[in-house]
Design a protein around this ligand. Structure first.
Ligand SMILES: NC(=O)c1ccc[n+]([C@@H]2O[C@H](COP(=O)([O-])OP(=O)(O)OC[C@H]3O[C@@H](n4cnc5c(N)ncnc54)[C@H](O)[C@@H]3O)[C@@H](O)[C@H]2O)c1
Length: 353
C-alpha cells in the first residue's frame, strides 16, 4: 500500500544545512541509515553550506531555493531544518507541491501557523510529521518505561529544568520574532516529553517569564510553564539563562516512589551518531510494604533511528505517523498559553483543536 502509491526507495531532501549544530547532516545520516529511504538532495540558501554538504556527500543534488528544488527535483519527502520563523512557510510550500514533510522543532511560532500547516497537509493529502525525536533519548525511554509500568505509582508532580547563567549568543534564536523566544530552543523537547509521559488533557497553564539581565536582546531570560492536567498531575517546566545554581533535569513524584535524573549522558552521541549507547542511570526510590528502596536504573540505548524507520513505515506500509502535526501543535499551544498567562497573571487554557 503506502501513501499515494509511493515505492521504495523514497527520495528525500533536507532543507537547511546550518553550521550551528550541523543538524541537516544528522537528518541526512538518519535518512541514509533507514532502509527504504534515500538522501538525494540538500537545499540551503547559503552556497557555502551547500559546498560543505557536497564535500562530505558528493552524491547529493544541491539547491539554493526551496521553490527551485520543488520544481526540478524528483523527491517525495522533505525534512525542514531551518530557523523557526521559516518552518510554517517552507512546510506549507512543500506540502502544496505534494511533498511529504518532516518539520524539525519548534514546529512553528504560533498555534495559527500550526493550524495552517495541518490544514495544508490535509488539503494536499500529504504527511506532516514533527521531529520530536528526542523521545528516543536513552534516559527518557527508561523513565517512560518506569512511569508507564507503574513503578512509582500514580505520577502527580513533575519538575523538568534546564539552563544556566549566560548571555544567549547573537543569532536568529535570540531574536524573539525569528526564534520564538527562550522556550523554543530546549522547550519543545521538554514539553513533548511531558506530554508523552502524561497522556491526559491539559486543564490550564500558568506561566512566569522574566526579563531581568540580558536587556540587549529581546528574548526572555527565564521562562516557566506550570501545566495542570485533568487527572491532577502538575508539571513544572523551566528554562533559564539567569540560573546561577541549577537543579537535576528530572524530578518526578508518584504515589509509591520517585525518580531523580541528572540527565547527563541521556543523549550521548546525539547529532553525531545514528543511535547512542546508554550513558548513565537515574535514581528511583520505591516505597513498599518493606520500606524504602533506592535503585539506580540504567538508561536505555538512544534509538533515534526509530523515528525515521517509523516515517518509512507510514509512507510505505500505512503505519502511524510517529509525531503528528497535532502533537507538535500542542507543544506550541502550551508555549502560547504560558506566555499569555505570564502577562495576565491568570491560568490560561490550552488551545485544543
Ligand atoms: N531536534 C533537535 O534536537 C535539534 C537540534 C539542533 C537544531 N534543531 C533545529 O534545527 C533547525 C535549524 O537549527 P540550526 O541550529 O541548524 O540553525 P542554523 O542557523 O545553524 O541553520 C539554519 C540553516 O537554514 C538555512 N536557511 C535559512 N532559511 C532558509 C531558506 N528559506 N531556505 C533554505 N535554507 C534556509 C540557513 O542558511 C542555515 O544554513 C531549528 O529548527 C532547530 O531548532 C533541532
Amino acid at each position: 500500500m503506502g501513501r499515494k502509491g509511493l515505492k521504495a526507495p523514497v527520495r528525500c531532501a533536507v532543507v537547511g544545512y546550518g553550521a550551528a549544530h550541523i543538524f541537516g547532516r544528522a537528518h541526512g545520516r538518519w535518512i541514509d541509515a533507514t532502509p527504504d529511504l534515500e538522501w538525494a538532495a540538500v537545499c540551503d540558501r547559503d552556497p557555502e553550506r551547500l559546498d560543505a554538504a557536497k564535500e562530505e556527500f558528493p552524491q547529493l543534488e544541491t539547491y539554493e531555493s526551496v521553490t527551485d528544488m520543488l520544481s526540478r527535483a524528483d523527491i517525495d519527502l522533505i525534512s525542514i531544518v531551518t530557523p523557526h520563523f521559516t518552518h510554517a512557510p517552507i512546510s506549507i510550500e512543500c506540502m502544496k507541491a505534494g511533498r511529504h514533510v518532516i518539520c524539525d522543532k519548534a514546529m512553528c511560532l504560533s498555534v495559527a501557523e500550526a493550524d495552517a500547516m495541518i490544514d495544508a497537509a490535509e488539503k494536499n493529502d500529504v504527511m506532516l510529521a514533527i521531529f520530536h525525536a528526542r523521545r528516543h533519548d536513552g534516559n527518557f525511554r527508561a523513565i517512560k518505561e518506569a512511569v508507564h509500568s507503574g513503578q512509582i505509582g500514580d505520577v502527580f508532580h513533575i519538575e523538568l529544568t534546564a539552563g544556566g547563567y549566560g548571555r544567549p549568543r547573537d543569532w536568529w534564536y535570540s531574536k524573539k520574532a525569528l526564534g520564538g523566544g527562550a522556550f523554543y530552543y530546549w522547550g519543545p523537547h521538554a514539553i513533548d516529553w511531558v506530554l508523552d509521559l502524561v497522556r491526559e488533557r491539559i486543564k490550564g497553564v500558568t506561566g512566569f517569564y522574566h526579563k531581568r539581565v540580558w536587556h540587549d536582546i529581546d528574548q526572555e531570560d527565564q521562562v516557566r510553564a506550570i501545566m495542570l492536567f485533568e487527572n491532577g498531575c502538575v508539571a513544572d517546566v523551566s528554562h533559564s539563562h539567569i540560573a546561577a545554581i541549577g537543579k537535576p533535569l528530572w524530578r518526578i513524584l508518584g504515589t509509591k516512589g520517585a525518580i531523580l535524573d541528572t540527565g547527563s549522558g541521556g543523549n550521548k552521541g546525539y547529532q553525531e551518531q545514528i543511535a547512542g549507547p546508554s550513558g548513565g542511570s537515574f535514581q528511583m526510590v520505591q516505597i513498599g510494604d518493606d520500606g524504602r528502596k533506592s535503585v539506580d536504573v540504567p538508561y536505555k540505548e538512544s534509538d533515534w533511528l526509530t523515528y525515521y524507520m517509523e516515517i518509512a513505515d507510514h509512507l510505505l506500509r500505512d503505519g502511524p505517523v510517529p509525531v503528528t502535526g497535532e502533537d507538535g501543535r500542542r507543544t506550541i499551544a502550551v508555549f502560547e498559553a504560558a506566555e499569555k498567562s505570564s502577562k495576565t497573571g491568570k491560568t490560561e487554557a490550552v488551545a485544543y483543536e
